[in-house]
Design a protein around this ligand. Structure first.
Ligand code: ADP
Ligand code: MG
Length: 688
């Protein structure tokens, strides 16, 4: 902790050192992850109320939150009706006029109101039947020294009021000076960022809007900067600390392309050339290949395997599920055996004996190409000369697992494949530790999937249509948001009840139920049955999102489509349209909110995963879109990757600059940053 060591005791103190904060409140604060003073300082407002000036009732404008000081003239209580909200109707007056104030179920307030006294009200005025009204304003007795200024509005939890939160935050302000400034002075100066205590003061209790902006900019910058430098430092560790393998420049990825029965797309060629360059360089490749479902990532990965093996090394491909791994083994296995490679398979479901055989082949170097599940990163799996490690459907693996895979050899090159399209601004942060290649072109000749959005009332028609497809010999997916019926979500269908419904409706066909709470074994068994067409209708939750390939499946019905995000719908839809038959995706929506409608329209209009991802980002925000968990990144506190895209370029320039000047962060002025990064690493590993 360096120079500030003596002070940090204060920051690390439990919240109960604040006046009026007892163990009970502390328990409630735990739910907001507030345990220490420091947590308080970093618990930022979600919004602000501008209470700098008091308005006259007659000057209030509809819909504008404002502060009023008025005398209470009248209190009228509505009748008490069991289970109905009880109405409290007040009349208040200032020198300009009168206004009605309404509260529902506000017994606590009722007791404390005294006609004739002066109160402060903060709320939004509306006009009803010619009368000025405020519903549920914040109301407190005027003491002569009212809270003025721009007031913070914090996220709350049961048992904590906004007033309490503000009171404690005010008390915690004593500690702003103790907060340790770890941003290097050069970065602060060059980016014109304010100091930490100034930022804290003005994010909580801004003096004016300009200061609030300065404070927010600094904190957003800081958060993104920390994440970015951490990821870049992680990449530096892997790529620079040891030399990688320079693969032969005589074998090109495109040479493998020549063995394929189709011409490569332009995008595939471009990405292959990027990988050629990385693999031939003496550094370690750390590359992410992004491409929509069906864009031909596997061919690119296979070409990299070809180059690695032809250069005399082993390659490994890790898939997130057994069935995906097996699919790769079937298709790639045949392809590579024809070229004279030895291809082996490793998964957790093998017997000890089978496993031992594979391990021996691998360690002896006879295996050229290993395909498998997580089993390939387990202890005991030794390669003779691993040169290339590939993970498929990356979003299922965390940063740490990626790391484990690359530790299996002496600095093998790594390639990560993902079908989750991510807008560039985001990819930069999420994959700051990787270089990015994008396959943004689909192989020609594919029939676009026909996407329709319908309302609940048309469900029967949808299932009649599904019946026709199944009669033709095709297979179908039915997706529901829940596993089982839930009382809280009455309108939402569950996979379990749909499975019953579908089984009754199509007695002569075989339906199966699949959901996330099944064991991997059960899931694999059902997927296998669907793959082999022993099951015609697969009813499931979103577990099928990850790349299973069943070309005979031509229709997907998504129930309660309004409950899924756009990116998720797009991923789901990618399960059909993989064969030569026309495919269909039907979204059944109930509750026609504008957002639901807009989403359905976008789905029907485009199949461009990147466009869909950008839209999803706009409509929902990144938190939901990429459950940061699945990307192995810590939760962001203040930065919003949608709104702060512009800050990102400044952040990444600053991050790159500091790491190029001081790659190991050894300079004294960078020590604070370095420690913070170590902590971020720990978090990254936790999430891995
Ligand atoms: P992804 O892994 O990106 O979802 P795949 O690599 O599985 O996609 O490719 C989907 C299908 O398209 C496969 O059947 C593959 O053989 C085929 N394919 C790949 N590249 C091309 C191409 N350039 N032209 C025609 N078909 C292709
Ligand atoms: Mg794939």
């Amino acid at each position: 902790m360096g120079l500030n060591e003596k002070n940090t005791a204060g920051l690390k103190s439990p919240v109960t050192v604040l006046p009026g904060l007892g163990p009970k409140k502390a328990e409630a604060l735990e739910r907001l992850k507030i345990r220490t003073i420091e947590d308080f300082l970093c618990f930022y407002p979600r919004d602000y109320e501008d209470r700098r000036s008091i308005s006259f009732i007659m000057d209030l404008r509809e819909g504008e939150p404002s502060l009023v000081r008025a005398v209470l003239r009248q209190v009228r209580k509505g009748p008490y009706v069991p289970r109905k909200k009880r109405l409290l109707r007040l009349l208040v007056e200032d020198q300009s006029g009168v206004m009605e104030v309404l509260f529902f179920n506000a017994l606590w307030l009722e007791k404390n109101l005294k006609p004739g006294e002066t109160y402060l009200l903060f709320g939004t005025m509306t006009v009803r039947a010619g009368k000025r009204q405020m519903v549920h304003p914040e109301m407190s007795r005027w003491t002569g020294e009212e809270e003025r200024g721009i007031l913070p509005v914090y996220p709350l939890t049961a048992g904590i009021s906004q007033n309490e939160m503000r009171k404690w935050q005010r008390a915690a302000a004593l500690f702003y000076k103790e907060a340790e400034e770890y941003m290097p002075p050069g970065v602060l100066a060059e980016n014109r960022l304010c100091g930490l205590d100034y930022a804290l003061e003005n994010i909580h209790f801004p003096k004016d809007i300009q200061k609030l902006k300065e404070a927010r900019y600094r904190l957003v910058f800081e958060e993104l900067f920390l994440l970015q430098t951490s990821l870049l430092a992680l990449r530096n560790r892997v790529t620079q600390e040891a030399a990688g393998i320079p693969f032969s420049s005589r074998v090109k990825l495109s040479d493998f392309g020549k063995t394929l029965p189709f011409p490569l797309t332009g995008a595939q060629k471009r990405v292959m050339a990027e990988i050629d360059r990385d693999m031939e360089s003496p550094g370690v490749m750390n590359r992410l290949v992004q491409g929509d479902v069906g864009s031909g990532k596997t061919a690119v990965a296979a070409a990299a395997v070809y180059k690695a093996v032809k250069s005399g090394y082993q390659a490994v491909l890790m898939a997130p599920t057994e069935i995906l791994a097996r699919q790769h083994f079937e298709s790639l296995g045949d392809q590579f055996r024809d070229l004279g490679f030895q291809v082996d398979f490793l998964s957790g479901s093998m017997t000890a004996k089978e496993r031992q055989i594979v391990l021996t082949e691998l360690a002896s170097g006879r295996t050229d190409f290993l395909i498998g599940t997580h089993a390939v990163i387990q202890p005991g799996v030794e390669f003779a000369r691993l040169g290339l490690a590939i993970t498929d459907e990356q979003h299922r693996f965390g940063v740490r697992q990626r790391g484990l895979l690359s530790q299996k050899g002496c600095r093998p090159d790594t390639l990560v494949m993902t079908a989750t399209p991510i807008p560039r601004t985001l990819a930069f942060i999420l994959y700051g530790d990787l270089d990015i290649s994008i396959i943004d072109e689909m192989p020609p000749g594919r029939l676009p999937i026909v996407t329709k959005s319908v309302e609940e009332s048309q469900r029967d028609l949808v299932y009649d249509f599904l019946a026709k497809e199944v009669e033709k010999g095709r297979q179908a997916y039915v997706v529901a948001p829940l596993i089982e019926d839930s009382e809280a979500l009455e309108e939402t269908r569950s996979a379990a009840s749909l499975f019953e419904e579908v089984s009754k409706r199509f007695p002569e066909k075989k339906a199966a139920l699949l959901h996330g709470e099944m064991t991997q074994k059960e899931k694999d068994r059902i997927m296998e049955a669907f793959y082999n067409n022993e099951v015609q209708i697969l009813v499931s939750t979103v577990v099928i999102e990850v790349g299973i390939n069943v070309p005979n499946a031509t229709i997907m019905v998504i129930e309660n489509a309004e409950r899924f995000g756009l990116a998720q719908l797009h991923q789901l839809r990618g399960r059909v349209g993989r064969g030569s038959h026309q495919s269909y995706c039907v979204l059944i929506t109930s509750g026609n909110t504008p957002v639901a409608k807009e989403r359905a329209a976008i789905m029907a209009e485009t199949s461009d995963g990147f466009r869909i991802a950008e839209k999803d980002l706009e409509l929902r925000g990144p938190g939901e879109l990429f459950g940061t968990r699945q990307h192995g990144l810590p939760q962001l506190k203040i930065a919003d990757l949608c709104r702060h895209g512009k800050v990102l370029s400044a952040v990444s320039a600053a991050a790159k600059k500091i790491l190029s000047e001081d790659p190991r962060l050894e300079k004294p002025e960078n020590q604070g940053l370095r420690q913070k990064i170590e902590k971020t690493f720990e978090k990254l590993e936790d999430f891995g």
